[in-house]
Design a protein. Structure first.
Length: 398
């Protein structure tokens, strides 16, 4: 993975273990700051910067700022090309308490404030798909309008419904609108459809400042489940790729099989857990690494239970989760064909999230897995970041 093209300036918010930050870095953005409050996540960022885990990361060492985002003033970063980040998603996650706009953990207003104070040429915000649920539709639209017109701020004592009404009025007024504004689009992307060995849906919200003639749209998927099923059930190519005899992995109806055959050859096959971890050694039982592979210690205690039955090894992983009370059992286990189970090692989970093998995760196993469960897959985010970077570079030449 190498960075490309002209350097662009960015500020990363809610950086976590660095999934989105690595993606924007590899798309050619130079981070002015990487903001994060969690101790272990900051250590992960600093440690990898010091080690130069990826080309060009040396400058990260003094750019990682451990702080509560509410205490940060962004005026000194005015004019950056990009603001990017994934505000804490617990208020909207299916695994959270669904408190939404009333949840004090909702950091979306501070992402909007960062956009207002820096006026970047573009922004990328990602979050869980739960943000787009019907229960939160009003707040989601509210957030999109605030991102579109970040200078229309909530007045003292004003309820969010009244603020929303003012945003609606501004949005439907004469097209000659004054002040800072953005053209904002959003889309739910499944990581598996872009070559990530994990079925993980995230909503991406992308905005371009109104003076940018972007003509931008979300990248098209490159991989499909139907092609994987074709390779497993019809052609047997999958089993030859991984060096196993052909086997039937699912019962498919005649109508579904016809669809699978019809779609064959249009996309690449979804990547599976087996393909993602095939070249790793067996998990270590008494150490974390062997000098080549890091964070690869076996964690005992995996067991399935109702609704938590692990990720079949010959399909993409289920969505890795952080867990509010320890590492979730079902989503973070491998389910083998013989009926056995074990936890993903941290390194295997890093592969599932498409972090480079050179990236080390600091903290205990549960903390490292929490960092991974909160991260956006690097390769998914990179597809979006490269597309945004390409647009900004092309616009700057005009």
């Amino acid at each position: 993975m190498q960075s490309i093209g002209q350097t662009l300036r960015s500020v990363e918010l809610f950086t976590g273990a660095g999934g989105l930050a690595l993606a924007t870095h590899m798309a050619g953005f130079r981070h002015e700051r990487l903001l994060e409050w969690n101790d272990d996540a900051c250590e992960t960022l600093r440690h990898n910067a010091k080690r130069r885990a990826l080309s060009g990361l040396g400058g990260w060492s003094n750019k990682v700022i451990q702080s509560d985002i509410r205490d940060i003033q962004f005026g000194s970063f005015s004019g950056v090309d990009l603001v990017a980040g994934g505000p804490p998603c617990q208020p909207f996650s299916l695994g959270g308490r669904h408190a939404g706009m009333e949840d004090k953990r909702d950091m979306i207003p501070h992402f909007i404030r960062a956009v207002r104070e820096t006026a970047p040429r573009a922004f990328i915000m990602e979050n869980v798909r739960g943000l787009t649920r019907e229960a939160f539709s009003s707040y989601f639209q509210f957030s999109l309008l605030q991102l579109s017109y970040p200078e229309i701020v909530r007045k003292k004592g004003e309820c969010w419904n009244t603020h929303l009404a003012r945003l609606h009025q501004h949005h439907t007024s004469s097209p000659r609108k004054s002040g800072l504004s953005y053209s904002v689009v959003h889309h739910v992307l499944n990581a598996a459809n872009f070559g990530v060995p994990q079925s993980r849906e995230r909503v991406f919200i992308v905005g371009f400042r109104s003076d940018i003639d972007a003509h931008w749209s979300f990248p098209e998927p490159t991989h499909s489940q139907n092609q994987l099923l074709f390779d497993q059930i019809v052609s047997g190519d999958y089993w030859r790729r991984i060096g196993l005899r052909k086997r039937v992995v699912a019962q498919i109806s005649a109508s579904r099989l016809n669809v699978i055959k019809r779609d064959a050859g249009i996309f690449k096959p979804w990547r599976t857990v087996r393909e993602a971890i095939a070249d790793l050694p067996k998990p270590f039982t008494n150490r974390d690494d062997d000098g080549t592979y890091f964070n690869h210690r076996l964690q005992n205690g995996a067991r399935p239970y109702a609704g938590h039955t692990g990720s079949p090894i010959d399909g993409p992983s289920k969505t890795l989760k952080a867990g509010a009370h320890g590492v979730p059992g079902g989503e973070n286990m491998i389910a083998f064909p013989d009926g056995s189970y074990r936890y993903f090692t941290v390194r295997e989970a890093g592969r599932i999230q498409t972090f480079p093998d050179t990236w080390h995760f600091e903290g205990a196993w549960s903390e490292a897995m929490r960092q991974l469960g909160n991260a956006v897959p690097v390769e998914l985010a990179m597809v979006v970041a490269k597309s945004v970077a390409k647009t900004l570079r092309a616009e700057a030449k005009n």
